[in-house]
Design a protein around this ligand. Structure first.
Ligand SMILES: [Zn+2]
Length: 144
């Protein structure tokens, strides 16, 4: 999505947790602790993936997008479908999205990434694409 920014990737932490489980340093029970609320969100708002659960390998993991932001008022912290995110990105100035991976079989869950979304990204701090890629961009930038 074009307006995604300040993306924080948690795949290293995820890999470290999975390694600890594999090596027996932490038990699978400790990491398979998705709340009923989170599993519900995965069922009703989750985005299915082709990726097998790294713990039980019985089911594919589902991605849940939680959206936070002052402009959301009482709906802050709710799960949203991926399709709804593009609408939020165009209507809100700024919101924070947390992407959580959930297995509905064994309750494995882990934060995958978080990022900011919203119209603020279309503002002055980031020049439009044609400024970066146009063959005469140096001329235009010189005039700025
Ligand atoms: Zn699982």
């Amino acid at each position: 999505m074009r307006t995604q920014r300040q993306v924080v990737d948690y795949s290293l932490q995820r890999r470290a947790v999975l390694r600890d489980v594999r090596d027996g340093r932490i038990s699978a029970l400790e990491v398979c602790d998705a709340s009923p609320y989170l599993k519900n969100a995965a069922t009703f708002h989750g985005e299915p993936t082709d990726e097998r659960c790294p713990i039980c390998r019985r089911d594919n993991v589902t991605l849940v997008h939680y959206v936070y932001g002052d402009e959301l008022k009482q709906s802050a912290g709710q799960a949203h479908k991926a399709a709804e995110l593009s609408v939020l990105a165009m209507t809100l100035r700024e919101c924070q999205v947390f992407v959580v991976e959930v297995c509905r079989s064994c309750s494995w869950n882990h934060l995958i990434e978080r990022y900011l979304l919203g119209r603020d990204a279309l503002g002055d701090d980031e020049p439009p694409m044609q400024w970066k890629t146009g063959s005469d961009s140096h001329v235009r930038e010189g005039r700025r």
